[in-house]
Design a protein around this ligand. Structure first.
Ligand code: NAD
Length: 335
């Protein structure tokens, strides 16, 4: 099948070309992000492949459909950037990669925890400068600390497993309990209690209208003073301005982000020669107790291999008219 692959990076191309030797699709790579301005590139292509910051709103989907596209293959788990009802309206099938390596993202979340706790970012910079003083680098034992996991699905479960290995007490919040988490010793609590009792809060739920700005002025006020907040899920789970106020007051003691609500204009590009125009993001980078990575939780060899394989298999299913287990539609979500 002829597939337009948007937001292509050199590593995307390497994985797709290698894995596609088995699948034999005709791949057309576009470096540009999919937006209203670039949607025309897909004209005549029956399938497109999109990533986390590609725009798949009603206007873009309509342009794709008008150009002859029938399949949108997301090479990611989250689909908050896609208007599912518009896709249905334009007869566009949508497939995604619901699971690839929950380990990759969970391990990255814990890497952020440990970097912030033991101040590795500051320590490494100091040692390079020949400064071996330890002042300001004191951490805390993970053992015995309470970690609150918001969203105890695949990634939340893996994060809980790793944190349980440290000897943390685990609290969980989800709309549905995960028996594997219960078996691990996670105690489910309502959000208020999780916020009030956790030393570390890690977000692993999807971005939905109900979870948008889950962390806001009010919820921050309920958190333990000095709490560590980690977000490797989706940026808009957090009201960034409220978090900046929380950092300034000291209520938030540490912040680790792999995602940011306005990341689409920043992440995945080398902007090191440019002036960052986003003042909120720029402010975040000034705090000594904030570590930000540019949406790299998924970025392991194992995860990329699995993402590519599943994406190409999803496209093959569609082409062959086979039912695809990874198809998403409003009807399926309602079931
Ligand atoms: P999952 O579907 O296995 O788990 C999500 C969990 O969130 C489910 O248990 C679900 O019941 C729960 N949930 C739904 N609504 C909720 C609510 N209102 N409050 C609390 N919990 C709620 O998904 P996953 O594979 O664990 O992925 C979680 C999120 O991680 C994805 O939605 C995606 O946004 C993000 N992600 C980030 C990266 C990265 O590179 N940083 C990579 C993959 C996924």
């Amino acid at each position: 099948m002829k597939v337009g692959v948007f937001s292509t990076k050199p590593y995307t191309r390497t994985f797709f070309e290698e894995v596609n030797e088995v699948f034999g699709h005709e791949l057309v790579f576009f470096e540009s992000r999919l937006t209203m301005e670039t949607a025309g590139l897909a004209a005549g292509l029956p399938a497109i492949c999109a990533f986390v910051n590609d725009v798949l709103d009603a206007r873009v989907l309509r342009t794709l459909a008008d150009g002859g596209t029938r399949l949108v293959a997301l090479r990611c788990a989250g689909f908050n950037n896609l208007d599912l009802s518009a896709a249905g309206k334009h007869n566009l099938s949508v497939v995604r990669v619901p699971t690839y390596s929950p380990h990759a993202v969970a391990e990255h979340a814990v890497a952020l925890v440990m970097t912030l706790n033991r101040k590795i970012h500051r320590a490494a910079a100091r040692v390079r400068e020949g400064n071996f003083a330890l002042d300001g680098l004191m951490g805390f034992d993970m053992h015995g600390r309470t970690a609150g996991i918001v969203g105890t699905g695949r990634i939340g479960l893996e994060a809980a497993r790793i944190l349980s290995g440290f000897g943390c007490r685990l609290l969980g919040y989800d709309v549905a309990e995960n028996p594997d988490c219960v078996a691990l010793g996670v105690r489910y609590a309502d959000l208020d209690r999780l916020f009030a009792e956790s030393d570390i809060i890690s977000l692993h739920c999807p971005l939905l209208p109900s979870t948008r700005h889950l962390v806001n002025d009010k919820s921050i006020a309920r958190m333990k003073p000095g709490v560590m907040l980690i977000n490797t899920s989706r940026g808009a789970l957090i009201d960034t301005r409220a978090v900046i106020d929380g950092l300034k007051s000291g209520r938030i003691g540490y912040l680790g982000l792999d995602v940011y609500e306005e990341e689409a204009d920043l992440f995945f590009e080398d902007l090191s020669d440019q002036v960052i125009q986003d003042d909120v993001f720029a402010r975040l980078t000034t705090f000594p107790n904030v570590v930000i990575t540019g949406h790299q939780g998924f970025f392991t060899r194992d995860a990329l291999d699995e993402i590519t394989r599943t994406t190409l298999a999803n496209i093959s299913d569609y082409e062959a008219g086979r039912p695809c287990p990874n198809e998403i539609s409003i009807d399926r979500l309602r079931k």
